[in-house]
Design a protein around this ligand. Sequence first.
Ligand SMILES: [Zn+2]
Length: 259
Amino acid sequence: MHLSVRPVRAFSDNYIWLIDSPRAPGQVVAVDPGDAAPVMAELQRSGLSLAAIFLTHHHADHIGGVSALLRRGAVPVIGPDDERIPGRTLTVRDGERCELADMGLSFEILQVPGHTLSHIAFWGHDALFCGDTLFSAGCGRMFEGTPTQMNASLTKLRNLPPHTRMYCGHEYTAANLRFALAVDPANGAALDYQRRVVSLRAQDQPTLPSTMELETRVNPFLRCDDPKVVAAAAAHAGTAPQGGAEVFGVLRAWKDQFR
Ligand SMILES: [Zn+2]
């Protein structure tokens, strides 16, 4: 049985995910509530009650709604060890488990530095909540980490089971696929996916969740050891990058400039 997860849109392209408790009907965990108002509207509309908050990293568009949500009632706030995240009731670290026994939920914490240094992901029930580390067909900007750190974080995620459903923090899939196809223009899986994504977005539907199986085929940032991606990075850089982290660094800098 897959987890039931509801998307709540916030700002221009954020998703706040609401995870339904498999054990306590009507109770949900909110992942990265950057804005309280759309979460409160969805709780009211669907008759849900907020039972916990998961935070992946400190950026305002992921934590900005926490204090307003807590004013409606105290719930556990679970996040990484980072003083820039106020209101945490439980700090979690790499390899630890986050257990919400009453809700029937249990997640492993994966430390995934790169977008920010303290960034974590929640993995469990065949689902991954990865904030701004991995996006569908792309990855987060490297604000605090190094290419070596971010490449190691993405490799950790790549090694999760292929059927893992990936819930990231933003709807960036269409733009990411344009870059993925600039890197690897003949990628059939990416071309098929682009057709599906264009159709979904034309109907104003989310492209998420993705799966790790799909991401390992279409996402250039997870394929830094693929000869086609390595060759594209070398052609772009005008010099042959040595190893996955250097390939990643070239791709990330290329994407930062890509329009
Ligand atoms: Zn962020």
